[in-house]
Design a protein around this ligand. Structure first.
Ligand code: TYM
Length: 342
């Protein structure tokens, strides 16, 4: 991987670089999987990938320390369980590589308050955590920009809710480059066409989120019974016709998106296959597709969780490799900005 960051002239065969991260703020839900995690796996053959557990982002809302520590391991095990290969993809914790926060500080000096205050996620989170509107919630996207720019990443697999943060990352990189020359790589988002925004099962106009009440989302570790029960209760509408219309039929459209994403069917095929059938049929079909997807992941997850030592080794090794890549970018950034040489 180190060699991959050499210039193209030195290494004409270098693969483009992918960076993405997920917060260890709860066991992942189906939206995290469909919107991001499964693409991490699909892309790992064609890119040099860094997949981070963004624990520093998670502490922008209060976390219980022991639970946070445990969730980090659970997320590593889940990354492995979906098929990420630590030989090909660097897997590590954000807090283990100090370059993330160093670059975040520097980039914060090239980001405007107005830009941060306009972020939808900032507005949502301040409404949700009114008792704790800390500065980290505001500067959250700068740390995210630093995550991505630290590794000269070309592509960032994310769900639709992170698009605005990625656009800000691009703006910061362009602004920095306009001052200092071509230092930072301007990244592109990778957002799936279907499933970029999986919605809550009970309030299908809101995105599915791991920080909402349990019955609104499907956890990656839900048992088959729990999956069937939650989908049976999923909110639909009174029209009793299976067609995609996210505006006026958000619940049914959400179920169709989940089914499409997991089975590879098109929306058109689902409409044909389920023509004349009730919502109950659709819900059971979605439940079976979810159960079939999660079963192998859950058994792999249990296997990886049973060897904490191996998980430690993977994140320690990932962090060491990530640090050496980060150091290179930081050396250039420090020099360009005019910080005293070390
Ligand atoms: P996080 O931890 O909230 O979510 C992880 C990924 O899952 C996607 N996602 C969804 N996709 C579809 N439907 C949903 N309902 C859904 N909910 C979540 C998110 O878009 C995300 O891709 N700020 C990021 C973490 C982050 C990051 C980064 C991502 C920090 N640094 C650098 C990419 C690159 C976040 O909070 O994701």
């Amino acid at each position: 991987m180190q060699a991959q960051l050499n210039s193209k002239a030195e290494n004409p065969k270098k693969k483009p670089i992918i960076f993405s991260g997920i917060q260890p703020s709860g066991m992942l839900q189906l939206g995290n999987y469909i919107g991001a995690l499964r693409n991490f796996k699909l892309l790992q053959d064609d890119y040099d990938c860094l997949y981070c557990i963004v624990d520093l982002h998670a502490i922008t809302v209060r976390q219980e320390p022991a639970k946070l520590r445990k969730l980090c391991y659970e997320l590593v095990a889940l990354y492995l369980a979906v098929g990420l290969d630590p030989e090909r993809s660097l897997i590590y914790c954000q807090s283990h590589v100090s370059g993330h926060t160093e670059l975040a500080w520097i980039l914060g000096c090239y980001t405007y308050m107005g830009e941060l205050q306009r972020m939808t996620q900032f507005k949502d989170k301040t409404a949700k955590h009114a008792e704790n509107i800390n500065a980290g919630l505001l500067t959250y996207p700068v740390l995210m920009a630093a995550d991505i720019l630290l590794f000269k990443s070309n592509l960032v697999p994310i769900g639709a809710d992170q698009k605005q943060h990625l656009e800000l990352t691009r703006d910061i990189a362009i602004r920095f480059n306009n001052i200092y020359g071509n230092v930072l790589t301007v990244p592109e988002p990778f957002i799936p066409k279907v499933g970029a925004r999986i919605m809550s099962l009970l309030e299908p106009t809101r995105k599915m989120s791991k920080s909402d009440p349990e019955d609104t989302y499907i956890s990656m570790l839900d048992s088959p019974d729990a999956v069937r029960r939650k989908l049976k209760r999923a909110v639909t509408d009174s029209e009793a016709s299976i067609r995609f219309d996210a505006e006026s039929k958000p619940g049914v459209s959400n179920l169709m998106s989940i089914y499409c994403s997991l089975t590879g069917s098109t929306l058109r095929q689902i409409e044909d296959d389920f023509a004349g059938k009730g919502y109950g049929h659709l819900k059971s079909a979605v439940a079976e597709a979810v159960i079939e997807t999660l079963a192998p992941i859950q058994s792999e997850y249990a296997r990886f969780m049973s060897d904490k030592g191996a998980l430690d080794q993977i994140i320690n090794n990932g962090a060491a490799r990530a640090r050496s890549l980060a150091d290179r970018t930081m050396a250039t950034v420090r020099k360009k900005v005019g910080l005293a040489p070390m």
